[in-house]
Every structure is written in C-alpha cells, then in structure tokens.
Design a protein around this ligand. Structure first.
Ligand code: AMP
Length: 182
C-alpha cells in the first residue's frame, strides 16, 4: 500500500504492547498517538482531507476508540455521528450483529432508526485486524438501508486480512499506517 508523508510520524507514535489482552497478541496502542497534540491533529486532518466534498451523510463510528476519531471527523465534515456500540449499551430499539474478533467474540448494535434509507455512511475505527468488527458495522448499516461509502482506520494489520475481506464485500478501505509482518 502507498501511504502519505505523515505515515512514519504517526507510526512512531503508536505503542506496541505484547501479549495484551492475551498471549501472542501485539496490541497496537493508539493512546500514545492521541495524547500527542500533533498526532491527534494529523490523524483527524488526514481523514478530513480525504472525505471533504465526498457524498457522506453520517460517520458510523465503532465503540470505543472509533468514537475518538469519528466525532471530530463528523464535526469537521458537518455530518451526523452514529455510534455502533457493544451489546446492551443503546437505550432505544436496536439491530444487532454477532461476529468473531481477533481475540474472542462480540456483538455490536445500532439504533434501529439511526440511519435513513439510502444514506451514505463512512465507517470509522482505530484499527482493522480481521475486519470482523467493521464487517458487522457494515451489515448493520445495510440492514438500515444505508450504503457504505468507505471504511477508514488509523491502522491496518494486513496479515490478518481485514482489508481484503472488506474490499471483497465491496467496501473500499482507507488506512493511515500499517504494521505488516511485525
Ligand atoms: P477485527 O474485528 O479483527 O478487525 O478487530 C478490530 C477491533 O479490535 C478494533 O476495534 C480494534 O480496536 C481491536 N483490535 C483488534 N486487534 C487489535 C490489535 N492487535 N491491537 C489493537 N486493537 C486491536
């Protein structure tokens, strides 16, 4: 993949914690990137630059780290923000989708009335690994009648195949950095 001039700067700000949350996982910790004032700004600006002027109605952000990037992005683009949350967190009528994670299984939910028929959504999270979470969010969007414009992440772990999986499902993927074979 081709990455922008800020990719190395961003990558160096991401901390890797081995064996979290379980043995064998290299956890890519974005808190060290987000606490850096330039890091936070560059991440949001890169996404704002990519999506300004594109036909997006809502940012669909995945709990919890997706919210951190998704909220300022929606604000800057002047579009609505819709949370995709873990099971049992949303107070209204929900639609849910069960999926497998890199570590474990989970279920995500969206308010049944969060998206209108034909709306175009940008799915946002901090990282794509197997793509299961983003795929689940995309399925929920589709069940609401919305169209997935693209899926955006700070980090791609290409060895885990998530990008390929989403692209094969017809969803374009944009990422700012990748950790391949590391
Ligand atoms: P996946 O559904 O496999 O694409 O996993 C993506 C979700 O799990 C995202 O919400 C990530 O924040 C989290 N995640 C999965 N693997 C990692 C990892 N190695 N480091 C940090 N977060 C991860």
């Amino acid at each position: 993949m081709e990455f922008g001039p800020n990719a190395l700067f961003l990558k160096e700000l991401i901390r890797t914690i081995p064996d979290y949350p379980k043995a064998g996982i290299l956890f890519r910790d974005v808190t060290t990137l987000l606490k850096d004032p330039r890091g936070m700004r560059v991440v949001v600006n890169e996404m704002v630059n990519r999506y300004t002027g594109q036909p997006i109605d809502k940012v669909l952000a995945i709990e919890a780290r997706g919210f951190i990037i998704g909220a300022p992005l929606a604000h800057q683009l002047g579009v609505g923000f819709v949370p995709v949350r873990k099971k049992g967190k949303l107070p209204g009528k929900t639609l849910g989708y069960d999926y497998a994670l890199e570590y474990g299984t989970d279920r995500v939910e969206i308010h049944a009335d969060a998206l209108a028929e034909g709306e175009r959504v940008l799915i946002v999270d901090d990282l794509i690994a197997t793509g299961g979470t983003a795929q689940a969010a995309a399925e929920l969007a589709k069940r609401c009648g919305a169209v997935v414009h693209e899926c955006a992440f700070i980090i791609d772990l290409p060895d885990l195949g998530g990008r390929k999986r989403l692209e094969e499902a017809g969803h374009p993927v944009f990422t700012l950095v990748e950790f391949e074979g590391e």
